[in-house]
Design a protein around this ligand. Structure first.
Ligand SMILES: [Zn+2]
Length: 368
């Protein structure tokens, strides 16, 4: 079984498949995020029904809670959370650098204090592979430093050297036929550093690559610039993953440049605040204007929530803090993202990407 196959190309956009022991992932793919061994408010069955091929798990959070001892006894993350399809895990690096109040980076690894109980931990590129192996991840990420934005160029240069050294160690350490390790392209908003990162990482011959260090507060234009600099130059025969992105508009943009994989907490996070995607753009179902609106959230949507419930009812659930409201909006937003990816994939096979994009945005209005 080949890990990765490009099935069809239309200009730079690709329709591919990724094969793992837990099943096949059709790309371009949107991966819902299951931070704490759950995609909030969803059961695995909800997600199978909607056609979710793969979810993302967070190494940092699971390492701290429930901890690897329990995770090993449970038989790994798939068994623990009863998810039978592929799982991609991040390295935990991003959270170490964004959540932990204390951290010390050395060439060997990174020491940090848990944001939960202050306990000290030390992560190395090797340890991060061991943790993801114990989680039973199908696709794992190398430990990297994700520099904040903005940061001094000198800081990013040094950080990149460290990240490359860590990537090399991780690549040599990872020995498995059943899991696949991705290298992460860093380099901030500097074109030459992104190029250096790619050149060095591609020599290491990872099974896949991701574009990291984007969507860290630099704004849409710079995210797109990062995509422009990297995606078209990444190896043809390997998956390309844009980490932490995105919204429907980000995804349309990046697929056109050749990106295959996306993950983002945004669609599920905004759902819990009552914001839902519709064909016409994002709306907040909590707004007063929907008080007597007995249409579905997104008329024409085939999801369980839209087939059975009205805006007026879901607004009422939010007003009364009833949890079913959040469950219905989450279900709808995941369904929306999965159908969006289906639509995108189909348009690649049919050699009509630009046309499909134009049709989408002729109705879908961006929030100003
Ligand atoms: Zn719906």
């Amino acid at each position: 079984m080949e890990f990765f196959k490009v099935l069809h190309k239309y200009k730079l956009a690709r329709a591919c498949e990724i094969n793992t022991i837990h099943g096949t992932i059709k790309t371009p793919v949107f991966m819902p995020v299951g931070t704490q061994a759950t995609v909030k408010l969803m059961t695995p069955e909800d997600m199978y029904d909607m056609g979710v091929d793969v979810i993302l798990g967070n190494t940092y959070h699971l390492f701290l809670r429930p901890g690897m001892d329990i995770m090993k006894k449970a038989g790994g993350l798939h068994k623990f959370m009863n998810w039978k399809r592929p799982i991609l895990t991040d390295s935990g690096g991003f959270q170490v650098f964004s959540l932990s109040q204390f951290r010390k980076i050395t060439p060997e690894g990174v020491k940090f204090k848990s944001h939960i109980d202050g306990a000290e931990h030390f992560l190395t590129p090797e340890k991060v592979i061991d943790i993801q192996t114990d989680l039973g991840s199908d696709i794992m990420m190398v430990l990297d430093e994700c520099p904040p934005y903005p940061a001094e160029r000198k800081y990013i240069e040094d950080s990149l050297d460290l990240t490359l050294a860590w990537a090399k160690r991780a690549r040599e350490y990872h020995k498995s036929d059943t899991s696949f390790l991705f290298g992460i392209i860093q380099g901030g908003v500097h074109k030459d550093l992104r190029e250096k990162s790619m050149e060095e990482l591609f020599k290491m011959d990872f099974p896949g690559y991701s574009i990291g260090g984007v969507s860290v507060g630099e704004g849409k234009d710079l995210i797109n610039q990062g995509v422009d600099w990297c995606a078209p130059f990444m190896p043809e025969n390997k998956p390309r993953y844009l980490m932490g992105v995105g919204t429907p508009e980000d995804i349309w943009y990046a697929v056109e440049k050749g990106v295959d994989m996306f993950d983002c907490v945004f669609p599920t996070r905004i759902a819990r605040n009552g914001a839902v995607y519709t064909k016409e753009g994002q709306i907040s179902v909590r707004n007063g204007e929907y008080k007597e609106d007995f249409r579905p959230m997104d008329p024409g949507c085939g999801c369980y929530a839209c087939q059975n419930y009205t805006r007026a009812y879901i607004r009422h659930l939010f007003n009364t803090h009833e949890l079913l409201g959040m469950r219905l909006t989450t279900l709808h937003n995941i369904y929306f993202m999965i159908r969006l990816m289906d639509n995108i994939r189909k348009s690649i096979f049919e050699d009509r990407y630009e046309k499909a994009k134009e049709e989408f945005f002729s109705v879908y209005k961006l929030r100003s």
